[in-house]
Ligand binder design. Structure first.
Ligand SMILES: Cc1cc2nc3c(=O)[nH]c(=O)nc-3n(C[C@H](O)[C@H](O)[C@H](O)COP(=O)(O)O)c2cc1C
Length: 304
């Protein structure tokens, strides 16, 4: 079940996605942190962020809408309080999701994280749809993305994964830009910019008006984006968007992902990532797949 990506060796390809798994420690009593491929922290910024007021989470027909506004404790608190607790799980791969309002902030967060131990990689969040500056602004403009990734790569002491926004015309092109600027891997997709309206009150249901859509509703689009990206870049892909079953994970691997992340599913079942890790192993056994890595980009497209 092992997979290698961007210099990391993961126990299996199942990773808990950013923003849906806290700082990992909150899950230590319900998930065996060393039995999953790893987890990505909530987006960490230079200063603590309070986030948007509620309502900021909504259930939708086949998923959820969120506009958390990147609530987090800030990099110093993360290093002082959360990272030391994770040292109890030395085999667990901790990927830190990094966020900034400016390039200088992204760089300063990475510089501080570089000094800390117990981190396996950075995931640069250039794709948050719920903040007015930073985030998606970087991920939806090729020039800004190239500059940010180049600067981050120059200072990062660990592998640099760039998390791409699906709210662009061509995510494959943005992946190429990230790769040529030095990204070691790309993860996709973040949430799709969306909204919900209450017809009775004539008001938006989220305090931020718009939010990000995730869960099974986005899976077919996310899968297509992973497929297109895999044909455009050579660096590994961490695929995600609506994964709930082991078969969903297999589909992302076949489309070209080396590993997958699971987000919204953890809201319905906090054990989802571990359950999926076991489920994927059973799937491989029952389908005579000796190495899960052989599934990556093994999609058979019929010739016309
Ligand atoms: C409540 C919530 C908070 C999120 N926060 C972050 C975040 O801080 N940084 C980030 O890169 N992605 C964040 N995401 C996006 C997820 O990591 C993931 O890319 C997205 O939800 C698609 O996967 P899923 O359909 O399995 O949830 C968040 C998603 C949700 C639902």
């Amino acid at each position: 079940m092992k997979v290698k990506l961007a210099g990391l060796e993961l126990t299996n390809p199942l990773i808990a996605a950013s923003g849906t798994f806290g700082y990992g420690v909150e899950f230590e009593e319900i998930v065996s942190l060393e039995r999953i491929g790893g987890f990505v922290t909530k987006g960490i910024s230079l200063q603590p962020i309070a986030g948007h007021p509620p309502p900021r989470i909504l259930q939708t027909a086949a998923g959820m809408l969120n506009a958390i506004g990147l609530q987090n404790i800030g990099v110093d608190e993360f290093i002082a309080r959360k990272l030391p607790q994770l040292a109890r799980y030395p085999k667990c791969k901790v990927i830190v999701n990094v966020f900034g309002y400016t390039v200088a902030e992204y760089i300063e967060v990475i510089r501080r994280l570089n000094q800390a131990s117990g981190i396996s990689a950075y995931e640069l969040n250039v794709s948050c749809p719920n903040v007015h500056a930073g985030g998606m602004t970087f991920g939806s403009d090729a020039g800004s993305l190239e500059y940010l990734v180049g600067q981050a790569k120059a200072i990062a002491a660990r592998p640099l994964i760039v998390k791409l926004s699906p709210n662009v015309t061509s995510i494959a092109h943005m992946a190429q830009v990230a790769a040529s600027a030095g990204a070691d891997a790309v993860s996709l997709v973040n949430t799709f910019l969306a909204m919900s309206i209450d017809s009775e009150t004539r008001k938006p249901r989220l305090s931020n008006v718009t939010g990000g859509l995730s869960g099974p509703a986005i899976k077919p689009i996310a899968l297509r984006m992973v497929y297109e990206t895999a044909r455009s870049v050579k660096i590994p892909i961490l695929g995600m968007g609506g994964i709930v079953t082991p078969e969903d994970a297999v589909e992302f691997l076949l489309a070209g992902a080396t590993a997958v992340q699971v987000g919204t599913a953890s809201y319905a079942d906090p054990r989802a990532v571990e359950r999926l890790a076991r489920g994927l192993e059973s799937w491989c056994r029952s389908h005579q797949v000796e190495k899960v890595s052989s599934l990556t980009a093994a999609l058979e497209v019929p010739r016309a």
